[in-house]
Ligand binder design. Structure first.
Ligand code: ATP
Length: 572
């Protein structure tokens, strides 16, 4: 590890991208201060740093979304100045955002050509070009597949294809693995290797330090807005990288002694939810698993069959006859590829969508018909999947966000009145306690970095001492230090009797925090796994259906459903 110098560039090698002396100020914050970044051609360059360190700001500058106050950008040795992403794209910079920006109801071809029809038209030439790019980089994407029929990993490949179609030579990937299971991460890294071998460069932002070390050729570490060093992956451990980054040790989410009690906090009985629009949004209609056993290694006695899932008529059921109990002191993890009913389960539990049948009991009371507010007031905490849409009022100050969802509760309310002073004081406490990096509580939530927004939400929800916490991706986007803090808070509350439903794409988190672990597939809880023995790889296989012969092939439709697995499925 070398904390002082950049990787050497040989005399004849010009950097694909060279950022020098970049400074960017926002009111009260210097987001970037004299940053230097040199990305060699044909390499993956990782950018790491704690939440709020300034990574996204730097990438927004490179992508033309923001103008630096100071500093220069050179592409292939030539100094450039970008006023918009269009300028950056024209110079071969492409960005794959964390939140995919594809239109579900359009095909891959339509999505890819949208906005760049002038390049190859919208017909045969574009189709040819897409096939060519897909083959060249091993993306395995077919132009005529509807995006809504694609899984997360394929959508990401479409995003990558889209920027390649526009001629990107340097791709910025913002936390691309946050939504992928281990096998998909491996496939993505294979794709990145293909890109490299063709001379393209990739800037890779991630908080997962193990992955960074396995995929990156060079690593630049940013701390508090400035470059503090570089690391050579082959000579660096995740722990050393974490130390360089946040000055703290890499945490591991380990379940200590069990705190699970006999007291049922939440009991869900035969919960079924139908898709709003009639057609199920699940891709693999007709590919119903019959049974599944997860964690099949001989040493996994806890892995057994949970349900027999044989429901060929369930095309419209996005949540299908789901039953479980979570006890005081128990974290129940649900593993699954996104889009298999998790959202509907969360919606039904928090009350933003009512169940079509079945019942939810909370501390012995039937709350199935209760409004969200009543559920929250009686002790249901909620860390939502999408912090921008459901967790925050982005344009409002932090203290108003403190009130969000807890309008009638202390310290936000005094009798019938809002207690603004109380809310403000408590926001300061949360900022302090949860290490939310901000110049103050009057700035908007939008001006916080992603990880700091997440910390604010977690702080708010934990502050009401919930009895039941619905935690969807509670540490998504937060750095290793903050992740450890959040895990500690959840564990601490669990010891006090909190019941948690944990949904996460981070399989280490799921395995490490959960007392019980279930797999959701096609709207059903199909299997039970033992967190003490299952590996992330086994869990990843179970989530994609590969753990069982019945789940392995999406085109093994039960009788009467032969037509359900069409050509789109093959492209998956
Ligand atoms: N539009 C803005 N207005 C005000 N402050 C901003 C704005 N954008 C970013 N900041 C601030 O700049 C700093 C750097 O934020 P940035 O989003 O670049 O961090 P990051 O390293 O990407 O963090 P994370 O890992 O949490 O995504 C933070 O303190 C953030 O609050």
């Amino acid at each position: 590890m070398d904390a002082s110098s950049s990787p050497p560039l040989t005399a004849e090698t010009t950097a694909a991208v060279e950022l020098a002396g970049i400074t960017k100020r926002f009111p009260g914050v210097v987001a970037n201060h004299d940053i230097h970044l040199s990305v060699r051609k044909g390499t993956v360059h990782a950018l790491v740093g704690e939440n709020g360190a300034g990574k996204s700001t730097l990438m927004k500058i490179l992508y033309g979304m923001q103008k630096p106050d100071e500093g220069t950008i050179a592409i292939d040795g030539e100094q450039v100045s970008f006023s918009s992403p269009a300028d950056a794209i024209a110079r071969g910079i492409g960005m794959v955002h964390q939140h995919f920006m594809l239109a579900d109801n359009l095909t891959v071809l339509e999505n890819v050509v949208l906005g760049s029809e002038k390049l190859y038209g919208i017909g045969g030439n574009a189709r040819k070009k897409i096939a060519e790019i897909s083959d060249r980089y091993g993306l395995g994407i077919r132009p005529d597949v509807l995006v809504e029929d694609l899984g997360v990993a394929d959508r990401q490949r479409v995003e990558i294809l889209k920027v390649l179609f526009r001629g990107a030579k340097t791709l910025i990937l913002d936390e691309p693995t946050a939504v992928l299971v281990p096998q998909e991460v491996d496939a993505l890294f294979d794709n990145l290797r293909e890109l490299k071998s063709e001379g393209l460069s990739v800037i890779f932002i991630s908080h997962k330090l193990g992955e960074v070390l396995s995929v990156a050729d060079d690593i630049t570490v940013i701390r508090r807005g400035t470059t503090v060093g570089t690391a050579i992956p082959s000579e660096t451990t995740p722990r050393q990288l974490a130390e360089l980054m946040v000055g703290s040790e890499l945490p591991t989410p380990e379940t200590a002694e069990s705190t699970v009690t006999d007291k049922a906090v939440v009991t869900v009985k035969n919960l079924t939810v139908y898709a709003g629009g009639g057609i199920a949004s699940l891709g693999e209609v007709g590919a119903q698993p019959e049974t599944a056993t997860v964690g099949s290694s001989g040493a996994a006695p806890g892995a057994d069959v949970l349900t027999e899932a044989t429901t060929p008529g369930a095309a419209k059921r996005v949540l299908d006859d789901v039953s479980f109990t979570i006890h005081a002191g128990e974290v129940m993890g649900i593993a699954g590829v996104e889009g298999n009913g998790q959202t509907e389960l969360i919606d039904a539990l928090i009350g933003t969508k009512h169940a079509d049948s079945g019942a939810i009991e909370f501390l012995g009371e039937d709350i199935t018909g209760w409004q969200t507010r009543k559920r929250r007031e009686s002790g249901v905490g909620y860390i939502p999947e999408d912090r921008h849409r459901q967790g925050l009022l982005l344009e409002s100050p932090l203290w108003e966000n403190r009130i969000l969802g807890h309008v009638t509760e202390k310290p936000n309310a005094k009798g019938f009145w809002l207690d603004i002073k109380g809310a403000q004081a408590d926001t300061r406490r949360i900022v302090e306690e949860f290490d939310v990096r901000t110049p103050g509580i009057d700035v908007t939530a939008a001006s916080l970095s992603g990880g700091n927004q997440q910390k604010l939400i977690v702080g708010r929800e934990m502050s009401h001492n919930p009895k039941f916490l619905i935690a969807a991706h509670p540490t998504r986007g937060v750095d290793v230090g903050a992740q450890a803090q959040i895990w500690d808070r959840i564990r601490e509350a669990r010891r006090e009797g909190l019941a948690v439903l944990l949904i996460s794409a981070d399989l280490d988190e799921l395995i490490g925090l959960s007392d019980t672990l279930r797999v959701i597939y096609d709207g059903k809880l199909v299997a039970d796994a033992d967190p003490a023995t299952i590996t992330p790889e086994e869990l990843g296989s179970a989530m994609t259906g590969a753990a069982s012969g019945h789940l392995e092939h999406v085109d093994t439709a039960p009788e009467g459903h032969e037509g359900a697995a069409g050509p789109e499925d093959e492209a998956r």
